[in-house]
Each structure stands twice: as C-alpha cells, then as structure tokens.
Design a protein around this ligand. Structure first.
Ligand SMILES: [Mn+2]
Length: 332
C-alpha cells in the first residue's frame, strides 16, 4: 500500500513506531462510527498481544455508545487524559484532522503522535502519518499493520476489525470495496469469527425509533437540479417525536443516495446542542465520480472522502440548501 502523500515508507515507519514504543494512548474521532470503534479496539488488542501498555480514550459524553457498538469491549478504557500522558505515544485512528477528536487537545502533552487513517484529505498532523487513501477503512490498515507486526489474527481482533470493514464498505457495497477488503473478510472468517453474528449485532435488533426516524427522513425528501441532488432534513422535533437518538440518523443518507437519478445525496440534521443555538450536521454522498463531496465539505470546514463527507454549520436551512445546490451545480 502507498500512502496518500506518495511516501511508500510510511508503513515501515509506522511499524517501527509501534514496535519501539511501550506505552500508548489510542483515540478516535467524535461520535465514533463502526470504523472508529473497530480500528480502536483492534489496535488496542493487537498492541496488547505484543505486551504493550495500552489505554484507549473515549470521552464520557460518548456514552452510552450507539447500540450497534455497545457490545464491543475495551479493556482499559479512560474517559480523561491519563496522568502519564507525557510518556505515552498518542495514536489517532480514523481521524482526518485533529479537530475531529476531543483528544486533539492532548497532542501537545504526548510523547509522540501517530496518525493511522484512510481519509484522502487527512491533514497529516502526526509525528508519523500513515494515511492510505485507497484502504476501504482504517480497520483494513490496522489489519495490514497487524500482519507487519507478526501478530496472528484471533477471534476478538477479527470481530473488531470486521466491524470497521463491514460498516465503512456499506456491507461491501460501496466503491471503496476491493479484492483486498474481501481477502480481509476471508481471513477474519478463517480466524473463527462468526461474521453473521457480528452482522446481526450491527444491523438487526433495530430500535423502533430508528425506523420511525428513517420514515421521517424519507417523508422530508426533496429533489433539486433535475433530481440530481436529493436532500432531506431531520429537525429536533423529528428526533423527539420518533424518540430517536442522534446516532439513529446513521444510514438514512444511503436511502437518499439509492434514489434513481441521484448524483449527490445529503442528509441535514439538527444537532442536539443543549442550547438555543442551531447547528446542523450535513452528511453527503455521491453516486459516482462526477462530484467530489469532500470538496463541498471542506469549503465548510468539514472533510471526508470523495464519495462520503460531512460538515457542521450554523447556516439557516434555506441558505444551506442554496449553498449545496450551487456547489453541486458547479461540479456537475
Ligand atoms: Mn473510516
């Protein structure tokens, strides 16, 4: 694998860092998704197999985790920076820029910063950056590093990494799915992981509020630019009436993207800020190479991949829709 900046040596540099250090603090992005959790837990377990002293950090307000991931165990979880932070190597997983993680604030205090990620617009903020843009998921990069470190795949590591792989590839449906992604899945199955069971934990047992919220998302759908831009929005009221948590909105945008004629799909949802301030989170997906949605997201201080990106904004809804229409028109 080659790194986003063309430095093929980033893999060996990262392996050397992981081999040499003894104490780690692992972190990921806010509102962790499947790849954030999978790569965090996978890296945590594989470093333990090497006898390292490992802590994983998730801020307390991320709990309870979304039900899909609540079953994933973390052995030495911390919700505050540890007192010995200065002795630890801080490892960011699946984090395109430090602003996406509360742990961005620890950067100054840590011994070294390692950046393991697959976002092509990663800001390369680490002491060592290993950014592999063609990897389906950060979990896939962790799997490759694990192989490089000579750690055998076992059931627990396999389960964790499978969560990252299956969620970031949209169940092997998105264009980031490669032969290598399937080889990784095959290796995980051979290691004894019951992938059907993992699939059930991730995608079944759906709380009814999640389906109600999806119904709202479909009802609120609007099409622009001759149907090439499909948008929907979820207000705080939609969340309250559906009795839905923030994380229940995950996946709604995939239904919008699937709509015939759509080049770009966007879900706009009001975040629960706990104040009168209105902040909207926008998740964007594109169906093919015509539109790079990460460019749109970056224009608003966000980021992501060419076909999946997001940002947060305080723009009024109508201004926001106008902005998205303009940006999509400019690229089509
Ligand atoms: Mn990811």
């Amino acid at each position: 694998m080659t790194a986003v900046d063309g430095r093929t040596s980033s893999r060996s540099l990262m392996l050397e860092e992981l081999r040499n250090a003894a104490k780690f603090l692992l972190v990921t992005h806010e509102r962790p998704d499947g790849d954030a959790m999978g790569s965090l837990v996978g890296m945590d377990l594989l470093l333990r197999r090497l006898g390292k002293d490992v802590l994983s950090y998730l801020p307390s307000d991320e709990f309870p985790l979304p039900g899909e991931y609540a079953w994933m165990e973390i052995d030495d979880l911390v919700t505050e920076p540890p007192p010995d932070l200065a002795e630890r190597v801080l490892v960011f997983l699946d984090c395109g820029n430090v602003a996406r993680s509360r742990a961005g604030a620890f950067e100054e205090g840590a011994a070294r910063v390692l950046n393991v990620d697959h976002h092509h617009d990663n800001t390369l903020f680490g002491t060592v950056d290993h950014v592999v843009a063609e990897a389906s998921s950060t979990a896939e990069i962790v799997w490759d590093l694990m192989t490089g470190l000579g750690v055998p795949l076992d059931r627990r590591i396999g389960e964790a990494l499978y969560v990252g792989l299956v969620t970031d590839t949209g169940r092997f449906m998105y264009e980031n799915t490669t032969a290598r992604s399937h080889e990784m899945a095959a290796a995980i199955i051979r290691a004894g992981v019951n992938v059907h069971e993992v699939y059930r934990r991730l995608y079944e047992g759906v709380p009814s509020g999640k389906l109600t919220l999806l119904a709202r998302g479909l009802e609120n759908l609007r099409r622009y630019e001759d149907g090439r831009l499909t948008l929907s929005q979820l207000s705080r009221r939609d969340f309250e009436e559906a009795d839905a948590r923030e994380s229940f909105a995950e996946g709604v945008v995939d239904h919008l993207r699937a709509l015939e004629g759509t080049a770009v799909a966007g879900l706009i949802r009001e975040l629960d800020t706990g104040t009168f301030e209105v902040v909207r989170k926008v998740s964007l997906r594109s169906t093919d190479d015509r539109v790079d949605v990460s460019r749109i997201a970056r224009a608003m201080g966000g980021g992501g991949h060419r076909r999946a990106a997001g940002f947060a904004t305080q723009l009024e809804l109508s201004e926001l829709v106008d902005f998205l229409r303009r940006e999509v028109r400019a690229q089509l």
